[in-house]
Design a protein around this ligand. Structure first.
Ligand code: MSP
Length: 501
């Protein structure tokens, strides 16, 4: 059994979860469920990033301790995931003792190896992004990512010799063209690496920031939050094993948003190289959800609350929209009209109608039992090809996380089924008394049910509950229908969203 381990970024606990967090996590959940479906021992980890200046500031503003703040806010994330049907294997918090020890041990190792040195330093610091920027990187004197003010900071700090890994990293990226996905993000990283790489400031003086993991070799300093956070990907799975006994690290996939590309594709791999660990197998950066065309910044407070759509229309339909609407890698716009259009056309019209038709006809004309087909002819073989194509496409493209295309291919098989029903018109066949029409009716309904079984099972990573309900309606299990299976209880799985005029 092949192994699979994916990660989401760990989320800052200074904000309530919004669609950005929901998307990254749903995407990773769907990817992991596809791997399970295709026979992998698959596991994914998510969690929260609890140290740093932002959290310290947020706690101070509320007049509570940072620990009280993170205990409260980490629950907002933990409580959201079951509502979104997220089946993670482990939830890491960077305030966990085992994580803190892991980070300290790794920093001590780097210090002893001569990879870390101290010096007086000054630079432009952005509290929003928790990092220093070069003068040349600033836009109108502001943080180029968030557009917020930066502060001039002068202090002693510790540095990791990141610059000495620049060429090794460039070579690795060039030798492993699928390491960073999609391709244009790889080029972005290579573009960034054309300029000389600086060493990485890995500490913050306690006088300025006390909320962090103390440096093991200098108690006046805490660890820079990004170094602390990135190591979660290994610290969180240290004591875990795949079923075959092998360790989870190296991860098969880091799933991240495009805004945290440099930290994951430059800082993290160079730290890994210095630590003599293995590199993750792939890093995939997705785009941003925009609302009404504007960037939904993680701190601007314009985040749509995903729970509104989850509560109103149901979790599976929400997951379907996120996965189908965003081409992984590109930005997408979250809009109410596009939501209604997508759900009504793909789910209510195509999948829902197909399922209802087949279900009702079998209920009425075959006493609720899947008929045994008579002769499988050209029309049926043609339809079967669509199911096979969807299955093959999903298996071939899951490695590049082409989820919107995979879902579209599955829906194509459902649309082919509806066309097949229009042509064969089982409702007319049902009125005929001739044996050949009765036989054809059995064949059509059997073939329709089997097409739906394949489509539903392929959609199960995206819509776990609805797919399961649909399969139960068809009396289906994991294997092909034979005929004779008893239909389960029927329900309208995908009601049309009726908009008030
Ligand atoms: N704590 C860091 C990650 C450390 S990982 C070692 C962080 N956290 S975050 O909470 O600000 O954001 C986490 C993820 O949410 C990022 O992948 C980011 O891209 C994603 N999103 C935040 N807003 C988003 C959208 N509007 N759309 C899609 N995803 C975006 O960064």
């Amino acid at each position: 059994m092949p192994n699979f381990y994916a990660t989401t970024p760990i989320y800052y606990v200074n904000d309530r979860p919004h669609i950005g967090h929901a998307y990254t996590t749903v995407l990773t959940d769907v990817l992991t469920r596809y791997h399970k479906l295709f026979g992998y021992d698959a596991f994914f980890m998510t969690g929260v990033d609890e140290h740093g200046q932002k959290v310290q500031k947020a706690a101070l503003a509320k007049g509570i301790s940072p620990q009280e703040h993170v205990d409260e806010y980490s629950e907002h994330f933990r409580n959201l995931w079951p509502k979104l049907n997220i089946d993670y294997g482990y939830f890491i918090r960077t305030t966990d003792d085992h994580h803190k020890k892991f980070v300290q041990n790794s920093l001590q190792y780097l210090f002893d190896k001569g990879e870390i040195y101290s010096k007086e330093y000054s630079g432009w610091y952005s509290v929003g992004e928790e990092r220093f920027f070069e003068e040349s990187e600033l836009i109108d004197g502001k943080d180029p990512i968030s557009g917020r003010a930066v502060e001039w900071v002068e202090e002693k700090n510790y540095f990791f010799k990141m610059s000495s890994y620049q060429q090794k990293l460039i070579d690795y990226i060039n030798e492993n063209p699928n390491w960073i996905l999609p391709d244009f993000r790889k080029n972005e990283v290579l573009g960034f690496l054309k300029k000389p790489l600086n060493d990485l400031c890995i500490s913050r003086p306690k006088s300025r920031l006390s909320w962090g993991i103390p440096l093991p070799f200098d108690e006046d300093f805490v660890t820079y939050v990004w170094v602390d956070a990135l190591e979660n990907y290994i610290s969180g799975v240290q004591d875990k094993k795949h079923k075959d006994g092998s360790p989870l690290w190296p991860a098969s996939f880091h799933i991240i948003g495009k805004d945290i590309l440099t930290t994951h594709c430059v800082y993290w791999p160079t730290i890994i190289m210095a630590m003599d660990w293995e590199l993750p197998k792939h890093i995939l950066a997705h785009g941003w959800w925009l609302i009404d065309g504007s960037k939904m910044s993680k701190t601007s407070g314009t985040g749509v609350n995903p729970m509104d759509y989850v509560d109103t229309y149901g979790v599976d339909v929400f997951r379907y929209y996120l996965i189908r609407e965003m081409v992984v890698g590109l930005d997408a716009t979250f809009g109410h009209d596009s939501f209604v259009r997508r759900i009504n056309s793909d789910l209510a019209n195509d999948l829902g109608n197909g399922l209802n038709r087949i279900y009702k006809l079998i209920l009425t004309h075959f006493a609720g039992k899947i008929p045994v087909p008579a002769e499988i002819g050209e029309q049926e073989k043609e339809l079967e090809k669509y199911s096979q194509k969807a299955m093959q496409f999903a298996k071939e493209n899951i490695g590049e996380v082409k989820l919107s295309l995979i879902v579209e291919e599955i829906l194509n098989s459902v649309r082919a089924l509806n066309r097949y029903l229009e042509i064969t018109a089982p409702w007319k066949l049902a009125k005929s008394t001739e044996q050949k029409d009765k036989d054809k009716l059995a064949t059509v309904l059997y073939t329709g049910a089997e097409t739906l079984r394949v489509a539903l099972s392929l959609l199960s990573p995206v819509m776990p509950q609805k797919a399961q309900q649909g399969l139960l309606m068809l009396g289906a299990s994991d294997t092909a229908l034979k005929g004779g299976e008893l239909l389960g209880k029927g329900e309208a799985l995908f009601p049309r969203i009726q908009e008030e005029k």
